[in-house]
Design a protein around this ligand. Structure first.
Ligand SMILES: Nc1ncnc2c1ncn2[C@@H]1O[C@H](COP(=O)(O)OP(=O)(O)OP(=O)(O)O)[C@@H](O)[C@H]1O
Length: 455
């Protein structure tokens, strides 16, 4: 039985070479299934191309594949490939590109990627139960989190407030494969008192300052053989930045009031909602420290860039945190989806808390459970209700001489475009929102007219 089943799409006019490659892959247990028009790409896939293949057509296909959250694509060239094409493929979401006849052991490259991805996907599924979300953008973030956790790198997590930075840091520690690793010690740099902050990180000796009534270990000692998580690192005062850099470079530090060097080995994970590179340019954050801590940077997406996840997150909070098993009315989800979340997932979580607390009895959660203070601004909603703007637009179309059918077609196309954009390209959600089939939107994406659709 095949170890892996992988879809493939050829963009090459060299069928003989392609057959050889497919044979070689099938020999090591990789079963290849051709992807036909309208098929949904799931799991790992390979596109085959050569330097004569039509790049715009390939990029358009990759664009369409990118809508499917769980697919990862390798591009295999059956001949030499210009560097510009390689970069264009990577920019369009391909994870790996190489030329079959120019590398050693090409079969092994594919096999090792597939095996690694299998491990990663298993861990991503585990993470998804704690860091909820199914959108492509979130899945890619979780894959990156797994990659980082499995490496030995120092990690810098960036993202707006409430996007889940602390959660990610804790999960990196959980997934870290070091044998016998110890605890994850959290230091919130906003809480460091300038005069005593050295003590918080490095510890102090008895009598080192007025209130130092006993000797105390600092965070570096407590994190030895574990993880030190420095939250809000951008708030670390400059003098302490220098001391931290020393400790990271040398692996040694002194307690406040002591002359003895101590060793501390830990993995450093930092988080910030500031643009640290901008801080470096302003001179408020040390450049050398920045490069030391940012072995791997991970940018967490704000909730507005993964609106598809609002419903699953809300369900998670209702069910897991409030143990509410009753159904939730669609109107409630519509309300949640139309709202802005400057405070990201934390804001959504707090809103769900308020709704859950107001909900009484056995029935479903309804729009009546939304506290009055969270109601939308009706004055603002009124101005976007169909009427003036839509009427003016339609008037323009009539004056341009369009008939009823053409106007209807135009408005329909705009509705599809807006819904797909609103759902960040998730056709399923957009179709749900418009009350049409996903196939209609797939055809819209391919530029095919709707009248050919047989529902
Ligand atoms: N994907 C998610 N799934 C479930 N809960 C989440 C998710 N992302 C964030 N949360 C929850 O949202 C809240 C805020 O997350 P967290 O504290 O990790 O954010 P943060 O980016 O560190 O925020 P800040 O910068 O304000 O400290 C937490 O209660 C966390 O459990």
């Amino acid at each position: 039985m095949a170890e892996f089943s992988v879809w493939f799409k050829p963009f090459t006019s060299q069928p003989a070479r392609l057959v050889d490659i497919i044979d070689a892959l099938e020999c090591v247990g990789i079963d290849l299934q051709a992807l036909h028009l309208g098929d949904m790409p799931t799991g790992a896939g390979i596109i085959f191309l050569d330097h004569e293949a039509p790049l715009p057509e390939i990029l358009e296909s990759l664009d369409a594949f990118s809508l499917y959250a769980d697919t990862r694509i390798i591009a295999v060239a059956v001949g030499p490939l210009p560097t510009s094409t390689t970069w264009a493929l990577l920019r369009s979401g391909v994870v790996e590109v190489f030329s079959w006849f120019e590398v050693e052991k090409p079969v092994q490259i594919i096999l090792s990627r597939l095996r690694y991805w299998e491990v990663v996907e298993e861990k991503v599924a585990y993470l998804q139960r704690r860091m909820v979300g199914n959108s492509r953008c979130w899945l890619n973030t979780l894959r990156q989190v797994v990659d980082m956790a499995l490496s030995n790198c120092q990690v810098l997590i960036m993202g707006e407030s409430g996007t889940g930075k602390e959660l990610v840091a804790q999960e990196i520690h959980q997934l870290d494969p070091r044998p016998d690793k110890r605890d994850c010690v959290v230091v919130d740099c906003t809480n460091l008192i300038p005069g005593l902050s050295g003590s918080e990180l490095f510890g102090h000796e008895k009598g080192a300052f007025t209130n130092a009534i006993s000797t105390r270990d600092g965070a570096l000692a407590l994190a030895h053989e574990g993880t030190l998580f420095l939250d809000e690192l951008g708030e670390l005062p400059l003098p302490l930045q220098a001391e931290l850099l020393r400790a990271l470079q040398e692996g040694t530090y002194k307690r406040v009031g002591s002359n003895t060097w101590r060793k501390a080995r830990f993995r450093l994970v930092s988080a910030t909602n500031r643009d640290l590179l901008a801080e470096v340019h302003k001179g408020t954050f040390r450049q050398d420290l920045y490069y030391r801590i940012s072995g791997w940077t991970c940018q967490l997406p704000p909730l507005r860039e993964r609106k598809e996840d609002i419903v699953v997150l809300a369900e998670h909070f209702f069910r897991q945190q409030h143990h509410i098993q009753q159904p939730v009315d669609r109107q409630v989800y519509d309300f949640l989806l139309l709202r802005d979340y400057p405070g990201n997932v934390r804001e959504l979580q707090q809103l769900i808390n308020r709704i859950a607390n107001k909900h009484l009895g056995e029935g479903p959660i309804t729009i009546g459970d939304i506290p009055r203070s969270d109601w939308p601004d009706f004055a603002q909603l009124g101005s976007t209700v169909p009427g003036s703007e839509l009427e003016a637009g339609v008037k323009r179309l009539i004056y341009q001489g369009l008939g009823l059918k053409e106007i209807k077609d135009q408005v329909t196309e705009i509705a599809k475009k807006v819904a797909i954009h609103h759902e960040n390209g998730n056709l399923k959600m957009a179709a749900h929102r418009l009350g049409c089939s996903e196939r209609i939107l797939q055809m819209h994406m391919r530029g095919e007219p709707e009248m050919t659709v047989q529902e």
